[in-house]
Ligand binder design. Structure first.
Ligand code: AMP
Ligand code: MG
Length: 324
């Protein structure tokens, strides 16, 4: 890698290009893949060498565990030696989809994935292109893809192929363009190894949906993350743009603050989101990236209500606003 930028292949959503993406994965390379949540930086989850490349490209600290993506629940079971009743219920209810399950690992899982932990995070994604890649990779390779968000550690997650190219274009082998991610924020993570199970990260699969599926056991409400080692890698400052992010609960307080700003430069850009919270989630990272691209000192953001996916949007925004 001695300083020469490598050429990143820009692959389109065609069978020839998907075959090329699978070939790169089989050779231990890095391919950014579209998913319904955000673009993932994919590599063969069973190859130590390939997984180490993810950490190097993202500049992610070693020991922060990665999610393994597989084609179906049957394959997921093989990566766990205790795929328990809670995991079975949640997997069969929400997969394929934006839900990650933390379960006890099997011997198939390498230490590079879990950072040496006895648990592993598994997901069956719903994005059609990702699923086609997984099916082909099951036939020609391991069928297990490690894929954290395809951005540099701590920065804003990518929801388009263009975002990936602008962040990591010279660090990866290819990006497969599957359009704009439809959910737009990272998967919900549920720890199934504890009783009751706990939501470690909020996402589109909400507390209410999980509780309905897990009747009568239920799930413990999401933890407040402040460096808790139960979900390592979710540090307080995350998803952060260059500008300072300031958050507002209502339009009135945002406008009052904006009026006081010095308008001689570009002091702020405001993001007021969308009353349709699903749409707000879908556009969130694009809005933050576009705002940051104008090089303001501050980005003023209107928080959504803490209802359904609004809970997850607020979580990401609080992390984007944390000092870094
Ligand atoms: P991402 O970087 O969005 O793919 O999310 C990965 C996150 O999943 C990590 O930062 C952890 O918080 C969580 N995670 C993955 N594997 C484990 C594990 N074995 N134990 C605890 N948390 C995990
Ligand atoms: Mg990430």
């Amino acid at each position: 890698m001695s300083g020469t930028p490598r050429r990143c292949l820009e692959l389109q959503n065609s069978s020839t290009h998907i075959a090329k993406a699978v070939e790169i994965l089989c050779e231990g390379g890095l391919v950014a893949l579209p998913s319904e949540t955000v673009y993932g930086l994919g590599a063969d989850a069973t190859s130590e060498v390939a997984v180490r490349k993810i950490f190097a490209a993202k500049q992610r600290p070693a020991g922060h565990p990665l999610i393994i993506h597989v084609a179906d629940i049957e394959t997921a079971r093989t990566f766990s030696n205790d795929f328990n009743e809670v995991a079975e219920t949640l997997g069969s209810t929400f997969w394929p989809g934006p839900l990650t399950l933390l379960v006890k690992r099997s011997t198939k899982v390498i230490d590079e994935i879990t950072g040496g932990r006895e648990t592993v995070a598994l997901r069956v994604p719903a994005h059609k292109t990702f699923r086609t890649v997984l099916t082909a990779f099951s036939q020609n390779g391991s069928g297990a893809i490690a894929a954290p968000s395809a951005n540099l550690y701590g920065s804003v997650s990518p929801t388009t192929a263009q975002h990936v190219l602008s962040d990591m274009g010279n660090l990866i082998d290819a990006v497969l363009d599957g359009g704009h991610c439809v959910v737009g924020i990272e998967s919900t993570i549920v720890d199934c190894t504890v009783d009751p199970p706990v939501i470690l990260r909020q996402g589109a699969v909400t507390l209410e949906l999980i509780n309905a599926a897990l009747k009568p056991i239920g799930v413990a409400a999401a933890e407040e993350f402040n460096g808790d080692s139960r979900a390592p890698g979710m540090k307080i400052s995350h998803y952060a743009p260059r500008a300072v992010v300031k958050l507002f609960e209502n339009m009135e307080s945002l406008s009052t603050y904006a009026k006081q700003c010095d308008v001689s430069a570009i002091p702020y850009v405001s993001i007021t989101g969308n009353a349709d919270r699903d749409l707000y989630a879908r556009e969130l990272y694009s809005l933050i990236r576009d705002a940051d691209g104008l090089h303001p000192q501050e980005i003023l953001v209107l928080l959504p209500e803490s209802i359904d996916i609004g809970v997850a949007i607020r979580d990401r925004l609080f992390k984007a606003a944390a000092p870094h």
